[in-house]
Ligand binder design. Sequence first.
Ligand SMILES: NC(=O)C1=CN([C@@H]2O[C@H](COP(=O)(O)OP(=O)(O)OC[C@H]3O[C@@H](n4cnc5c(N)ncnc54)[C@H](O)[C@@H]3O)[C@@H](O)[C@H]2O)C=CC1
Ligand SMILES: C[N+](C)(C)CC(=O)CC(=O)[O-]
Length: 323
Amino acid sequence: MPENTPAPCAPEDVRRVACIGAGVIGGGWVAHFLARGYDVTAWDPAADAGDRLRRLVAAAWPALEQIGLADGASQDRLTLAPTLAEAVADADFVQESAPEKLELKRSLLAELAAATRPGVVIASSTSGYPMTDMQTEAENAGRLVVGHPFNPPYLIPLVEVVGGEQTDPGAVAWASRFYGVAGKSVITMDRELPGFIANRLQEALWREALHMVANGEATVEDIDASITEGPGLRWAFMGPCLTFALAGGEGGMAHMLDHFGPSLKSPWTRLEAPELDRALRDAMVDGCREAAGDRTYADLVAARDQGVIDVLRATGRLGSTHR
Ligand SMILES: NC(=O)C1=CN([C@@H]2O[C@H](COP(=O)(O)OP(=O)(O)OC[C@H]3O[C@@H](n4cnc5c(N)ncnc54)[C@H](O)[C@@H]3O)[C@@H](O)[C@H]2O)C=CC1
Ligand SMILES: C[N+](C)(C)CC(=O)CC(=O)[O-]
């Protein structure tokens, strides 16, 4: 941090985290920070936000107990603040998870920067807005960073951290260090990139999936099985680059590129996003409903959480990212 805005505390000394916006992701962050033994203050303007949040945290807790809670971790350390200002008043770190609307993020981040103690780092969960575009209305914009999580933030380790043009590099370093202390696996980016890294990759796959459903070439079920029964099994522990190096046999990536390089030019992918018209929307919604069968949302969340825990355990990663 610059000398005139010292961080109020070192990443290791953070005690209270404020979570602003308490939906799917904000609630997931609340569960994560509570499980790590932090005091958490949440604020969300929706009338039913408190009940929703407590339900989400209660549903996540068995999974969190299974992977191990930090000493002193308790759902009782959650406070719901009546106002944004009260939520951030004593916070050592702020995680913003409001809806993905640029104008809303701009004014909310400005309000947060004005209400939060000098130097406290404020991270946005945005899935894709560059911080440069979100920090335009804020004074003290140097402490605003992106801290992009993956659903559910209480189980998926990765956070992508990146600043904007006005962000102090010290704030990026502080946030990266803090997330690490808080049990996350961090990728710190030294420049802004549309979609960061992981969503850029996910988006390419997602567009192709939508094209195939729109054209009646594959069902929702086929698409999901093509990943869960195929590459997804490898990707849980070995990324696409090293996985494909093995496709070259003992010749490794060099042979793989010489052998399959020309197919890169084949028209396998469409890349442009398809028109998300009513028919495509209905096909995706109906396909997912069919895939879910009679499992409720809560059933699916529990199954997903158990699946992630099993994969983390099977690949020896519970100890390294979870304390
Ligand atoms: N859903 C996902 O899989 C992921 C979402 N994200 C990002 O997280 C952020 C939140 O997304 P979700 O949790 O999915 O949305 P959501 O719709 O589940 O939750 C948004 C919450 O924000 C609250 N809210 C509305 N106006 C607000 C305001 N002015 N200030 C504070 N809170 C306000 C709503 O009442 C709601 O509880 C977005 O920026 C999104 O891009 C990031 C990673 C994954
Ligand atoms: C759907 N999404 C783009 C909001 C997803 C993410 O941003 C990350 C995730 O959880 O996959």
